[in-house]
Design a protein around this ligand. Structure first.
Ligand code: PEP
Ligand code: MG
Length: 596
């Protein structure tokens, strides 16, 4: 019999594979680490230095054989940082203070990194990132966290917390599912997993430590159940579910080319949220009509340094081209919160979600912002592009960003580079301040995209990643619904369009009321598109408006949620089945996919 543990299923589906322990955020692991005597901890650290240096040597040789000289040189520098005698002395001194080998290692390398950061020489400043990387690598070795390594078969990635880049970095044919000790449906690791339709369970808590690296596991993303080392009989008991999963997939595939049109002819654009141009291919397979959110920060993450304008241009151009004439909205870098970027060297903050992040960084860092804007403007030549600014709280921020777009254009003119003049400029509405001010903001922007992941967290003062208060995190809370309704109305009153790119957009029950509110575009992790489309195609706008009226009278979020869950396919009249997306006609055709 397998050992069973349970969490919260956040991405449906059954995954079968071997566990790969991963985790870039070590806080949970450090908390659980039980240090021994100081002498033993010093020995643990010293042994780890030797082992990590040996492992690095092996990797360096492998890379050299594959003619990857640049990567080999980076690891060679890392090896020298591991073998530096001054570092082992510094670690011993830290063990005297904290008594914990992994913490001592992290602190010693952090202190050295900060020393580098203070230097005038740019080269040494750049090495601070490497120092932190090396510290983490050694600490992970002590804590028993494997560096992601892929062997035969598919893996299920598990960890207390996992940085999104870890999941993004694993090839699709090698990863089957995700388990998080912490986290919630809006953690970025899960958002990436959703883009790739990976079944996932979160909030397993410390039970995650009962899973060992390499353990065979069955994960049920519907029930949140995880079977560790299942027996043959247990495996077989899942065959039925796996078959049903395949049948549902086949059913959804049939919806791919049909429009998201209600039974009485209102059409909503269903677009995809992506983290890389490759995601557009998968999104197109699910029937996405363009991209409502390209999280460009993933272009910046997992790198050693700021990507150049030219490199960014290639990525954005590829995404725009793959949208085949549909709108591709590229959000400017949204770093901060739970998306750190080590090479920006932003000092730790008390409240990162309320701190130096997103547009606040971009407006202060021309060196980052202007090349990104230039890259997007240039990509616009190859299709329809939109630029969207994250975390805006007032008109001034939008106007300052717009001014920088003009400056970016001037530079492109000066350099003789082609760019699209008519790239749309919009904002994320993800702060209560922006939502309240949408009647004013709507005069200036081309579009709004409602980011409910943050809007819910800031409106309700509920951390989006905190599993212990997730019962309060509800996008149907009337306070949130009023802000959303206001935003959509403000846009429509000014002849602008409002879309949604937060996770709420992937909730079929939410789609009913959002449509009734007048939303023009819903953008979501692509695997959710068929479910949402099916719901829309089975309801009339008239009925949706009645439902909305009832919902807006309700005083409690749970009541709204429960009520919407009872709404089945209310209208029996079929949507215009033969119509394809391109031939669909509608009186209320969405403006989202149209270029102005
Ligand atoms: C949001 O906040 O709803 C959003 C889409 O942005 P992110 O999840 O990247 O913060
Ligand atoms: Mg956000």
């Amino acid at each position: 019999m397998a050992e069973k543990i349970k969490g919260k299923g956040v991405i449906a589906g059954i995954a079968v594979g071997k566990i790969m322990l991963a985790g870039q955020n070590l806080d949970g692991y450090l908390k659980d680490y039980k240090p021994k005597s100081k002498d033993k901890e010093k020995k643990t650290a010293a042994d780890a230095l030797i082992k990590v240096a040996e492992d690095l040597k092996v990797s360096i040789e492998k890379l050299k054989k594959q003619d990857m000289q640049e990567q080999a040189a980076i690891l060679e520098a890392h090896r020298m940082m591991v073998e530096d005698p001054a570092m082992s002395e510094a670690i011993d001194a830290q063990v005297e203070e904290s008594g914990s080998a992994p913490k001592a290692v992290l602190d010693a390398y952090e202190a050295q990194a900060q020393l580098f950061e203070g230097m005038d020489d740019e080269y040494f400043r750049g090495r601070a990132v490497d120092m932190r990387d090396v510290g983490k690598r050694i600490a992970k070795y002590i804590l028993g966290i494997k560096e992601p390594e892929i062997g035969e078969g598919k893996v299920i990635v598990a960890g207390h917390e996992i940085e999104p880049s870890v999941i993004a970095g694993l090839p699709s044919d090698k990863i089957a599912g995700v388990i998080l000790g912490q986290g919630s449906v809006t953690s970025h690791a899960i958002i990436i997993a959703k883009t790739r339709a990976l079944p996932a369970v979160v909030g397993v808590g410390d039970a995650i430590d009962r899973i060992g690296d390499g353990d065979p596991v069955i994960l049920d993303g519907d029930t949140g159940e995880i079977l560790i080392r299942p027996s043959d009989a247990e495996r077989e008991s899942y065959n039925d579910k796996i078959q049903k999963q395949e049948e549902l997939k086949a059913h959804y595939a049939k919806l791919r080319t049909l429009p998201a049109t209600t039974t009485d002819g209102t059409t909503v654009t269903l677009a995809a949220n992506i983290g890389s141009p490759d995601d557009v291919d998968a999104a197109n397979n699910f029937g996405a009509e363009g991209v409502g959110l390209f999280r460009s920060e993933f272009v910046f993450m997992g790198k050693q340094d700021i990507p150049k304008e030219e490199d960014q241009f290639k990525e954005y151009k590829s995404a725009v081209e793959k949208c085949n004439g549909n709108l591709c909205i590229i959000r400017t870098m949204d770093i901060g919160g739970d998306k750190p970027l080590p090479y920006l060297n932003i000092p730790p903050e008390e409240n990162p979600f309320l701190g130096y992040r997103a547009i606040r960084i971009s407006l202060q860092r021309r060196d980052l912002f202007i090349p990104q804007l230039k890259a997007i403007l240039r990509a616009g030549v190859y299709g329809k592009a939109g630029i969207m600014f994250p975390m805006v709280i007032n008109v001034q921020e939008f106007l300052a960003a717009k001014k920088m777009v003009e400056e970016a254009k001037a530079e492109l003119v000066h350099e003789g580079k082609k760019y699209a003049e008519d790239v749309l400029l919009g904002i994320m509405v993800e702060t209560p301040a922006a939502a309240v001010m949408t009647p004013v903001l709507a005069k200036y922007v081309d579009f709004f995209s409602i980011g409910t992941n943050d809007l819910v967290q800031y409106t309700l003062a509920v951390d989006r990643g905190n599993a212990s208060i997730s019962y309060l995190y509800n996008h149907f809370n009337p306070a949130v619904l009023r802000l959303i309704y206001r935003t959509i109305k403000s846009a429509n009153d000014e002849g602008k369009f409002a879309g949604m790119c937060g996770e709420m957009a992937s909730d079929p029950n939410a789609a009913i009321i959002l449509m009734a509110m007048g939303i023009k575009e819903l953008s979501m992790s692509a695997p959710s598109i068929p479910r949402v489309k099916e719901k829309i195609r089975n309801i009339s706008m008239t009925r949706a408006k009645e439902i909305l009226e009832k919902v807006m009278e309700m005083e409690d979020g749970q009541e709204v949620k429960d009520y919407l869950a009872t709404i089945q396919a209310v209208d029996s009249a079929p949507a215009p089945a033969a119509a394809t997306k391109s031939s669909a006609k509608s009186e209320e055709a969405p403006t989202a996919a149209k270029k102005k």
